[in-house]
Design a protein around this ligand. Structure first.
Ligand code: FES
Ligand SMILES: [Fe+2]
Length: 345
């Protein structure tokens, strides 16, 4: 199940250059490149002549030239050159997709282009804010995108999957959890009071004793999860809003379906303590990277089980409260998109 009328991250800005980049997004083969003045372009990755992938070709004067017989396509998608042929039928073109560059990512709109309003791109300002350091990655995950949404909305798994980094027993057993649902988003707040800091927090925060730790998970449909996390020394008033003496981080996730069973998982970790210290940025990134690779192992194993027994059932437990709300929002949005028949053929 895909939702089309949304922005998705297609690539890190650094991935898109004058060399064509092939990337499958929502099951559609797409080619991305940049014009000489730096504008990103996204086209379907299929030449209308004999269906060679255009990503095999090269960029010539801002046009994408097919590797096979040299047809050229302008950034708007129109065919502008057919070697050995003067007349170019106006109907010869490739589909293009609206793109926008923001927060160090190239975003793409896979649905109805008339609705592609860049103001709808979710806020990831911590990626570019001078008061924050941020570093991220893209993981290619052999699992359905919704398994990753579930994962980030139920952080009790930290106690079991991530005990060497961001987890400890307290995160599953001692959290005060609240779930609030909006029309297109879910907010899960978790407070873990007067507990030892997990290993990562002990490393980056140098806490002398127990901490009050928070995890605020903002899910915005279809697949944006912005986690505001941090800790203050117990007794210094963190739960009352005094975050002095603590650490704050933003864990930023943009989950882009590749196919029904594979995903481009874009994520980054941002911190506001010592924001220009590359060693701190690297340490926070490495810690989360270790943890997220542990998640990928679980996602891919789940996917194998699901593929083997697609009709097998699941049960829900208390900690699924946020994930269940997210699934309802996604199902409702999918029904609405289908009803409007705005899904491209
Ligand atoms: S297949 Fe692209 S030019 Fe022939
Ligand atoms: Fe995890």
């Amino acid at each position: 199940m895909f939702l089309y009328n949304h922005w998705y991250v297609a690539a890190w800005s650094t991935e898109v250059s004058g060399q064509p980049l092939a990337r499958t997004l929502l099951n559609e083969p797409v080619v991305l490149y940049r014009t000489a003045d730096g504008q990103p372009v996204a086209m379907e990755d299929r030449c209308p002549h004999r269906r060679a992938p255009l990503s095999l070709g090269k960029v010539v004067n801002d046009r994408l030239q097919c590797h096979y017989h040299g047809l050229q396509f302008a950034p708007g998608g129109a065919c502008v050159r057919i070697p050995g042929q003067e007349r170019i039928p106006a109907s010869v073109s490739v589909r293009t997709y609206p793109v926008a560059e923001r927060y160090r990512w190239v975003w793409i709109w896979m649905g109805n282009p008339d609705e592609a309003d860049p103001d709808l791109i979710p806020d990831y300002r911590w990626m570019t804010d001078d008061q924050w350091g941020a570093k991220g990655d893209r993981y290619h995950v052999k699992a359905n995108w919704q398994l990753i949404v579930d994962n980030l909305l139920d952080l009790t798994h930290l106690a079991f999957v991530h005990e060497t980094t961001i987890g400890n027993a307290a995160v599953a057993e001692s959290a005060d959890v609240k779930v609030t649902r909006g029309p297109a988003n879910v907010l899960v707040t978790r407070w873990i009071i007067d507990q030892p800091p997990p290993p990562t927090y002990a490393k980056v925060g140098n806490f002398p004793g127990p901490v009050d730790r928070w995890q605020f998970i903002d899910f915005t449909a279809p697949s944006f999860l912005r986690l505001h996390v941090g800790a203050t020394p117990t007794g210094t008033g963190g739960p009352q809003g005094n975050l002095e003496g603590g650490i704050q981080m933003r864990n930023l996730n943009c989950i882009t379906p590749e196919t029904e069973s594979t995903t481009h998982y874009f994520w980054a970790q941002a911190h506001n303590f010592d924001p220009h210290n590359q060693a701190v940025t690297d340490l926070a990134f490495e810690q989360v990277s270790t943890a997220f690779r542990e998640d990928v192992v679980v996602f891919e194993a789940q996917q194998r089980v699901i593929a083997h027994c697609p009709d097998s059932k699941e049960i829900d437990i208390n900690s699924d409260a946020g994930g269940i709300q997210a699934r309802r929002i996604l199902a409702r949005m999918h029904d609405a998109e289908t009803a409007r028949q705005s899904v491209p053929a």
